[in-house]
Design a protein around this ligand. Sequence first.
Ligand code: FES
Length: 95
Amino acid sequence: MGLVRFLRGAKLLGQTQTMKGVSLVEHGQSANVEIPTNCTSGNCGACMVTLLSGEVSLPEPLTPGLDEEIVADGARLGCIGIPKGDVDIDILPPI
Ligand code: FES
């Protein structure tokens, strides 16, 4: 259990209960927060958001939409990232 919150800067855009095995984009849909997508398979980076706190899964190995540096800055991919527990997301990418 937990809560996924979507923010832009300090503004809370929406929130929803954490659902097991469900992507951030789908959590966004249930919170009425749209995360843009394109490939929906971790390759383009269109759905990139910033993890502010909590845990969101990363693809192993990293897909072309990500690299070590932006991951360290909090980048996660909404289409394939699965949140766990309480998670705060800024819907803009870290860069
Ligand atoms: S939509 Fe392309 S990486 Fe998520």
